[in-house]
Design a protein around this ligand. Structure first.
Ligand code: GLN
Length: 450
């Protein structure tokens, strides 16, 4: 813990942490030492981790990287982080992210952008770490924690994992409790671990997951021993390659790593099957209707009365307007506007209802595919890390989510594992998508590819 506290101080230029909690970490670590000495150590005893600043942590500032949550110190703990402390983990601090988890480059944080510890060969220019869990990914890649928590609404664990050469898994919708996680799009998001290895991800997920009576969408299923499932043996398993993911303009380099990954799965004993997900092409537009719709509803609670920032006005309405106008960043305001529009009378059926129908069709595509195959293999993202400001056009940014949003719309477990390096020396990830609640199978495919 002491070593990590020093490393975090030395790497403040990455801007990975919003809040550092060294005193709390040392207290927790001392208690871990005592439990280890007493022979009562938990499975994560003494492991110093970072937590995305979207998880409520009792007594520790929680910002969601938004100005509107200024000074918000929760009086309760999220279930996922409570599970980690129960098992002995130590909190090093709260990690930077895109404001309210909206973004794919970590440039939307009120606390400033996060710097990717990776550089292009022969070039010192700073690159984005991906997003929205960019602080988590950068911190894991730069050894500023053993592991971190992330959340994934449309790819925010997997894409930053791909950009930083780390491992990240979004479990099945309902596997982890969302209680105490600041809500963006409730029907899409899940918490998950971001780690250096598939084994670490398996161990951490085992602690984070489980039924929680505080979240009615968490499922009352036992949590398997994920680490025990890691054999790397894929004999008898069928892996599907979705032909629709060979999108126009897919970079030849990413296509090549995808083929190498396919060959590794075959070497591990898997049978490779080409599959079709005919509605996958509609996933991105459906996501960018459903996610803003839910965001506009979830973010209605930030009214200047109950949480954080209050900007006064001459009456209540003006106070709301001033608070929300100053408190929310540009991307968050854009999502609220889009969401309010697609939910408004007259447009609801044309946009929101149609997006929900597409969502059902996309889920149906996967249900049919999983009658034949055990897992799906695809790229995680259509590019490697890029320079800040490169995707200033929001549509260009949204296109970066093209391979990840399908799993959120269908509620399926999906992970990113590092495949290799691009010609510029930057990490690229491969994505494994699995059947509902088959995180163990997904992790094992990832383990074979790692
Ligand atoms: N990049 C996507 C978005 O901006 C996904 C974000 C996420 O998964 N939280 O909505």
């Amino acid at each position: 813990t002491t070593a990590f506290i020093g490393a975090i101080e030395a790497a403040r230029g990455l801007n990975a942490y919003i809040t550092e909690t060294p005193d709390l970490a040392l207290e927790q670590a001392a208690r871990s030492d005592a439990r280890i000495a007493a022979g009562t150590a938990g499975p994560l005893e003494g492991l110093p981790i970072g937590v995305k600043d979207l998880f409520c942590t009792k007594g520790v500032l929680t910002t969601a990287a938004s100005h509107i949550l200024d000074g918000f110190t929760p009086t309760y703990e999220s279930t996922v982080t409570a599970n980690l402390w129960r098992d002995g983990a130590v909190l090093l601090g709260k990690l930077n992210m895109d404001e309210f988890a909206m973004g794919g480059s970590n440039e939307n944080s009120y606390y400033g952008p996060v710097v990717n510890p990776w550089r292009r060969d022969g070039d010192s220019a700073a690159l984005v770490p991906g997003g929205s869990s960019g602080g988590s990914a950068a911190a894991v890649a730069a050894d500023l924690c053993v592991a971190a928590t992330g959340t994934d609404t449309g790819g925010s664990i997997r894409q930053p994992a791909s950009f930083t050469g780390t491992v990240g898994i979004k479990p099945t919708y309902g596997r982890c409790s969302r209680f105490g996680i600041v809500a963006f799009a409730s029907s899409l998001e899940q918490a998950g671990p971001m780690t250096k290895s598939v084994r670490d991800a398996a161990i951490l997920l085992g602690s984070m997951a489980g039924h929680d009576p505080h979240d009615s969408t968490s499922v009352p299923l036992p949590v398997p021993d994920y680490a025990a499932a890691l054999t790397g043996d894929l004999r008898g398993r069928k892996i599907g390659i979705p032909k629709e993911y060979r999108i126009d303009g897919l970079s030849p380099e990413i296509a090549a790593w995808w083929e190498r990954g396919t060959a590794w799965a075959r070497d591990a004993g898997a049978e490779i099957v080409e599959i079709s997900l005919p509605h996958a092409q509609y996933a991105l537009p459906a996501y960018y209707i459903v996610a803003p719709a839910e965001a506009s509803s979830n973010l209605a609670r930030y009214d200047g009365v109950r949480f954080g920032l209050r900007v006064p006005g001459k009456d209540l309405t003006e106070m709301y307007e001033n608070t929300r106008g100053e408190g929310f960043g540009k991307e968050v305001r854009r999502r609220i506007l889009i969401g309010t529009y697609v939910l408004s009378a007259g447009y609801y059926d044309a946009y929101y209802t149609r997006a929900q129908k597409l969502r059902r069709l996309i889920a149906g595509d996967f249900e049919r595919a999983f009658e034949t195959v055990d897992a799906v293999l695809a790229p995680t993202a259509p590019s490697a890390a890029y320079a800040g400001g490169e995707k200033a056009d929001p549509i260009a940014m949204y296109l970066g989510d093209v391979f990840t949003v399908t799993a959120n719309l269908a509620g399926l477990p999906a992970m990113s594992v590092p495949a290799g390096l691009s010609s510029e020396g930057l990490p690229l990830g491969l994505q494994v998508i699995g059947r509902p609640f088959d995180e163990a199978g997904v992790l094992n495919v990832g383990y074979a590819l790692e």
